[in-house]
Design a protein around this ligand. Structure first.
Ligand SMILES: [Zn+2]
Length: 245
């Protein structure tokens, strides 16, 4: 084992990566981060998650990785980047920028995004309450805003209320399910109607302005998006109301 590792070091990083299995990559990264620790048994399990989630656990001298199958067959340098990210998280260390960047680059590649999108669509179960709340109907609200601000040209996605009255996530557009979810925090008698309208308007802009993907960047709120957002009358007032929610 020792001899072989030394040999690999001589032939250089790229070629050593080429020959390594995912388990070997994790073992090597583990040793890099914890040179004095005993090498753990390593088990890499590819799971059919609904997203790119990955989990790592260290117990009883074993390192168990549960990795989204989006990474199955990923090039070795990407597996290596993911190994650094997961193990740095495990040991509460800062992830080196090169690995964070490589990982993001991979997930941002067109074919990977397409695959991730499909996987979410097929595997992700979506909770959708339907548009009718206790006090507001989201279909009606959507139609009204569509006519007022979008010349009625937006196709109406599925609309629903969130399960809980979340203050952290007031609204959300899910492109995989073509759905807009609005926090139930707005479905009360006292919640200001302007705030609800503004949140819906914001999510509707996501239908109009797609996410910008370039390199490692993934820009959800593009400059055009931000400009369009300001067209909402009482924009500042609405923002103020949201701060108080
Ligand atoms: Zn947004």
């Amino acid at each position: 084992m020792q001899e072989r590792d030394a040999g690999f070091a001589l032939v250089g990083l790229e070629s050593s990566l080429f020959f390594e299995s995912p388990e070997e990559i994790y073992a090597r990264v583990f040793q890099e981060l914890k040179p004095r620790a005993k090498a753990p048994r390593i088990r890499v399990e590819y799971c059919r998650f609904a997203n790119a989630d990955c989990f790592v656990r260290l117990e009883d001298g074993g390192l168990h990785l549960r990795v989204s199958d989006l990474f199955q067959g990923a090039p070795a340098p990407v597996v290596e980047a993911l190994a650094h990210i997961l193990l740095c998280k495990l040991f509460r260390r800062e992830v080196p920028k090169t690995f964070a960047r490589r990982y993001k680059m991979y997930l941002n590649r067109k074919e990977v995004r397409r695959q991730a999108h499909l996987v979410r669509q097929i595997r992700g179960r979506k909770f959708l309450s339907g548009p009718q709340g206790a006090h507001h109907n989201l279909d009606e609200l959507f139609d009204r805003l569509n006519i007022t601000y979008f010349d009625g040209l937006l196709g109406r996605p599925s609309l629903g209320w969130s399960r809980g009255a979340s203050r952290a996530m007031l609204g959300h557009f899910d492109p995989s399910h073509n759905a807009i979810i609005i926090s139930r925090v707005f479905d009360t008698e006292t919640a200001p109607a302007l705030a609800l309208e503004y949140v819906m308007f914001h999510e509707m802009l996501h239908l109009r302005h797609p996410v910008d993907h370039a390199g490692v960047r993934r820009r959800v709120h593009t400059r055009e998006f931000r400009e369009a957002e300001k067209n909402f009358p009482h924009y500042k007032e609405a923002k103020e109301l949201l701060k108080r929610i």
